[in-house]
Design a protein around this ligand. Structure first.
Ligand code: UD1
Length: 431
């Protein structure tokens, strides 16, 4: 198994280009199932989860073409790698356990398969490292649109009699993929649906933008109340994926922790308000210029920050581990409250192996900044936890070896190359 070795000590300096957002491209790939013609998607990051989703779509019968060049979107050149999905050859509606167990986001084919083909069978995602993560909101939302759903033999089995019917549905909890699944199904329903207490994440907006480009009629995505006027069909088309705000935030935190100066390019600063605020509190100078964000720490040690994770636009749970890594070497004491996932402090014991001073009380972690961390072998436990270990490695004395890095490959494109380009020593070795 491959490992990553991070040599600590260098202050990051330079520019880095941000990739397309993992959490936007996954629902968008699944949304192509709803269309009557090929859909071209550009700015697609090369990530393990993208490959898994493409495999799932291919297994359902869709044609997949990867275009390493540039796909043009609405007459303008798109950014980066593209994928064209041709859903006209889909012949199966089963998402098997073997694929779903490796990636929870596979649940995102449920709504589209049901709405377009009348039936869907999707394996229950099961447990996962950061908590039990139920899918009851996905099921209830689709039932509100008239779907009949049973859970048998570990599979969610859904079908509809006639078209789905537009309805008002209030989510009990704010769920990102739950909102996306119900939204995708409502697009082809008869009449209007109103989704209340919907997730407001930028990735939901990007999905809605893509669906609208294919002929859907969705209003107010990005608010807690999304209105969907159902249409009979979606046509083919193209979409350019939103830049990844979590990757952006991760590089900004890396710059802040190492006392460096980094410019991220092709970012969407407006999706990062809460993260930028916290970096300013930590003492960083931040300048935003169009799609570029420059963070300058001027060689200073960051100040510890307190934060509480909550649905967008509040502070994202996917940035919690990285800020914890920063607090580990900051001046002062930082208190982090995790309110989204019940078991998302697994990076704590690994950070402690590097010499961090962290106390966990329930959903709260109290981090007392230390002057220095020291390298140790550590293990990645989930995607963002792994990112926090790379960040801690950047400031630790010596060479930190991170095992189980397949977690990182699920969500960070060209991680070693990007960090190396900023002057860090991050390299991959055979395990
Ligand atoms: C998505 C993101 C993930 C991010 C998370 C929270 C994708 C592919 N993944 O995950 O990176 O960390 O949002 O921002 O976009 N819940 C229920 N019932 C449900 C669904 C969720 O109780 O049916 C609970 C979950 O257990 C959790 C909370 O709601 O406590 C939020 O989860 P949710 O927003 O659904 O996370 P995901 O969509 O799985």
């Amino acid at each position: 198994m491959q490992k990553i070795v991070v040599e600590g000590g260098a202050a990051l300096n330079g520019e880095v280009q941000i990739s397309g957002a993992k959490n936007a491209v996954l629902p968008i790939l699944c949304a192509t199932l709803l269309a009557d013609g090929p859909v071209s998607i550009s700015n697609v990051p090369h990530l393990h989860d993208v490959v898994t989703t493409a495999k799932l779509l291919a297994e359902l019968g869709a044609g997949i073409t990867v275009d390493e060049g540039t796909i043009s979107v609405n007459g303008k050149p798109g950014r980066g790698r593209g994928i064209v999905v041709d859903p006209t050859t889909v012949h199966s509606h089963v998402a098997p356990y073997e694929l779903v167990k490796t990636m929870r986001a596979s649940i995102l084919v449920l709504g589209p398969l049901l709405a377009k083909f009348g039936a869907a069978e999707v394996s229950l995602p099961g447990g996962c490292a950061i908590g039990s993560r139920p899918v009851d909101q996905h099921i209830k939302g689709l039932q509100a649109l008239g779907a009949e759903i049973t859970v048998e033999n570990g599979y969610i089995k859904a079908h509809r009699n006639g078209r789905l019917k537009g309805a008002r549905f209030v989510f009990d909890v704010v769920s990102v993929t739950g909102t996306e699944n119900v939204l995708m199904a409502a697009v082809l329903a008869e009449g209007t649906s109103v989704l209340e207490n919907a997730a407001m994440e930028p990735e939901v907006v990007d999905l809605a933008d893509c669906l609208n480009a294919l002929g859907a009629n969705i209003e107010h995505a990005g608010s807690g109340r999304i209105v969907v006027h159902g249409v009979e069909r979606l046509h083919g088309g193209s979409h350019d994926v939103l830049p990844d705000r979590i990757e952006t935030g991760t590089f900004l935190v890396a710059a802040a922790m190492t006392g460096g100066r980094v410019t991220v390019r092709r970012a969407r600063p407006d999706t990062l308000d809460a993260v930028i605020d916290k970096l300013k509190q930590a003492g960083a100078q931040i300048e935003v210029d169009g799609d570029r964000i420059t963070l300058d720490m001027q060689g200073k040690r960051p100040r510890a920050v307190d934060l509480t994770t909550a649905p967008h636009p509040a502070f994202p749970t996917d940035m919690q581990a990285q800020f914890m890594a920063m607090n580990c070497i900051a001046e002062g004491v930082g208190v982090i409250n995790e309110t989204i996932f019940e078991n998302r402090f697994m990076h704590v014991s690994e950070l402690q192996r590097l010499g961090a001073d962290i106390r966990v009380e329930g959903h709260t972690a109290i981090i007392r900044g230390v002057e220095r961390l020291t390298a140790a072998p550590v293990m990645a436990t989930d995607l963002r936890a792994s990112a926090s270990l790379v960040l801690a490695g950047l400031v630790a004395e010596g060479a930190t070896t991170i095992d189980r890095i397949y977690h990182l490959d699920r969500g960070y494109e060209n991680l070693e190359e990007k960090f190396s380009g900023l002057g860090a020593s991050v390299r991959r070795i055979a395990g």
